[in-house]
Design a binder for this molecule. Sequence first.
Ligand SMILES: Cc1ncc(C[n+]2csc(CCOP(=O)(O)OP(=O)(O)O)c2C)c(N)n1
Length: 629
Amino acid sequence: MTTAQALVHYLARQHSERDGLEHRLIEGVWAIFGHGNVAGLGQALEEYGEDLTLPTLRPQNEQAMVHAAAAFAKHRNRLSTFACASSIGPGSTNMITGAAGATINRLPVLLLPSDYFASRIPDPVLQQLEHPSEHDVSVNDAFRPVSRFFTRVSRPEQLMAALPAAMAVLTDPSRTGAVTLSLPEDVQAEAYDWPVALFERRVWNVRRPPAAAEQLAAVASALARARRPLIVAGGGVIYSEASAALASLVERFGLPVVESQAGKGALPWDHPMNLGPVGANGGEAANRAARGADFVLAVGTRLGDFVTASRTAFGRAGARMAVLNVDPDDARKLDALPLLADARVGLEQLGGALDEIGFGGTDAGYREQLEALRSSWHARVDHLRAARGTGQLAQSEVIGAINAAVGGHATVVCAAGSMPGDLLKLWRPEDDKAYHVEYGYSCMGYEIPAGLGVKLAEPERRVVVMVGDGSYLMMNSELVTAVAERVDLTVVVVDNGAFGSIRGLQMSVGSPSFNNERRARRTETGRTDGEVVGVDFAKHAEAMGATVYRCEDLGQLVGALEAARRRNGVNVLDVKVGLEPAVPSFEGWWEVPVAETSHQPAVRAAREAYEAARSRQVLVHGSDAEEGA
Ligand SMILES: Cc1ncc(C[n+]2csc(CCOP(=O)(O)OP(=O)(O)O)c2C)c(N)n1
């Protein structure tokens, strides 16, 4: 077999396994061919793919196919994914953004960019960027910093070491991310006499490492001594399928839970211990509880600045931090007590350890306070979601109406703009797969391909993609792929005529609105502050094969969602909303640097506010705040 044929045979026989359940590790191959792979990997997939039940899918854009694969893997809790194959040069580099997104979100994707001839005889080939002094460098080396594993297969026999190494990273919960095998075009087509054993069925265990006894004892005793402990639920809780373990722990000991974007849904929105989202985009219940907490256990989160509110959310009262994470680097963030373990196993062990030391749970007074915070937060969300009855739709009521119409078990998909923050506050998921917001890379353009990926991961579940006009215009072409793959997908384009989130941010740092609205250039000002450039998103989506709906009020929106539910295929709703009113911030803060000097008074005022906020940052948590106090 050729290198490419061997690769196809190998991939079809890889499985993952956790808790005794086996899954196909690589469900198929997304591929866009060019001269770099059509005769190599393309030939192999055509000849063998069907017999091996390794389907090939044809997207419209290489970046988008990586997003689709990552979203698929996210929905499958990282137990299955796709390979993504591109030609050389631009096809490869188009995947780099997707690779970074997968790696940041710790989602397994196998990337197979093609590379220039290993022989180098016909150099420079079409699309070859020649490095003047390092002839072994190609554009594919740009995958190195965004991949968790990278190798170039320059001879066929290197595949025998490269493949198991790649599968090991894909299936390791602490190392997973983009895994890149760079495949020179000549090597793909070259034959080799492979050992038969390479193609045996292989099962990769996705480990659940337990916590070390010392770490467990330290965290349990710190928690038991706390008066106002708090748990942060991150995406790792969901990937580890630890929702039930989390619920049981917090119910038994009366521990409040606050959520990150990736962790939202770990507990149902109305769970009695769920205080809702924390941090820069958080709600006031979670943010107040976080500020008042004297012990914070962060579970399965990379503790990005939105969760920590740029280091103002936790530790204001000298709170001690602990981190339960499967990744040793995450487990040591924020000067925390590390609890290096799988989330589910770690939570179960922690419950046992708390029992052992006789921890009776938090006191009634604390629980009452938490319950008051929780119920007033729900009332506020009810109010924000409610129909306003004014002429122009607001994004908040659109979110409320959609959530009410599709229910808490449909999966909502989003990534960038003002919607992730609004969804975090307002959407009410009822299970741990009902909320899919990519907010690690927050990559505009993720939304539509991700909706497709989620739908492929769980065809029976309703999927609603929420996408801003900016993100839609950046990457919409996978609507065509969704039509081709015959998936049922509802896409809601929420058009506010602007990069609304960034416009709002810009104005909050003292600038007037500039270069963020979709407006024509005006000769008088030389700026893009002329008339609004209207886009008929319904017409656009219709041209790509979708059934479309124009929604100008909530009645039409709800009607369109119902029609979309009954109708197969791709349904796109074009919903026009106003830029105002925006959902406010609830005592969250996000560090965005403000100009230190300016002739504009509003900028100077914003700078002052910025400096005041920075003075509240907890720069060092201290390894043992209690003893030090
Ligand atoms: C690929 C990419 N480029 C730029 C950004 C920075 N950015 C974040 S949100 C945003 C605007 C999004 O506009 P839209 O989709 O219309 O949503 P809105 O903010 O109006 O809700 C931009 C430019 C990004 N997140 N991703």
